[in-house]
Ligand binder design. Sequence first.
Ligand code: C2E
Ligand code: MG
Ligand code: MG
Length: 263
Amino acid sequence: MKRHPCNITENQMHQALREEEFKLFLQPKVHLKNGTVTGAEALVRWISSDGRTFFPNDFIPLFEQNGFILSLDHYMLKQACRLIHFWIKNHLPPVPVSVNQSRQTFLKPDYVSRLQELIKTWQIPDGFLILEITEGIALKNETELNSLLSQIRTLGILTSMDDFGTGYSSLTVLGNLRIDELKLDRGFLLNAAEPSNTRARIIMEHTLQMAARLQIPTVTEGIETKEQAELARDLGSIYGQGYFYGKPIPAEEFHNKYIICKK
Ligand code: C2E
Ligand code: MG
Ligand code: MG
């Protein structure tokens, strides 16, 4: 039996999925000008039967290797759709939910039909489901990718480019792919926040400006302090996410904290 460094066996992951040990956590995404919560990012946590919590970095690399990521990504999408459906059915004000999708999931031939089924089953209105993908998908043919993105958009689903700036061809990707949102990797902010690093601030500001000119809304990731929030806002980022605004919390907690009180 294959064992991962953190002691996860491949048998355990199937059982964990059946027994609903993969939990949907949500982190708020806020508007930097007024602090309003405008969305949430779904982040998976594996809470094993003995109460231990595993984080994505502990198991996603293994799942990407053994193909289980397809099942996990689909499960997380379904959980996000169920939650949006629940809010709407209960006349609560829903927020759009962003779900991370691995490259393998996104490029699977039956992906669009699976999305279509989810949207139909859970009656998700346009703009309430966002798929977060990374620059790695760009290794695929650009025309095919744009056709895929447009099929997804036809379903009323948006796409967001996650971890922007960490790949090897960020600007090419931005120029060629019609995505709906850009999430600047935390590295941008960390560098720009160093007082002596004027160059980093220039790069971040112009990246944000470029996105604005392309009419792509921007999210700065990893905001941990008030100063970083102000910096991201002053450099032109529209939205922000990070511990300063709220850590990822279980979906029920997010519901109580941000949805019920908005009603
Ligand atoms: P990501 O999509 O870039 O998510 C942001 C990560 O930064 C999350 O780590 C989040 O908890 C963390 N974070 C948020 N705010 C702050 C902050 O202020 N400071 C710092 N230092 N970190 C912050 P997490 O939850 O451990 O997830 C790591 C990565 O795992 C995610 O990066 C995403 O790429 C992947 N991931 C998470 N859930 C899923 C999933 O359901 N499917 C797939 N395929 N990947 C997932
Ligand atoms: Mg993400
Ligand atoms: Mg990210």
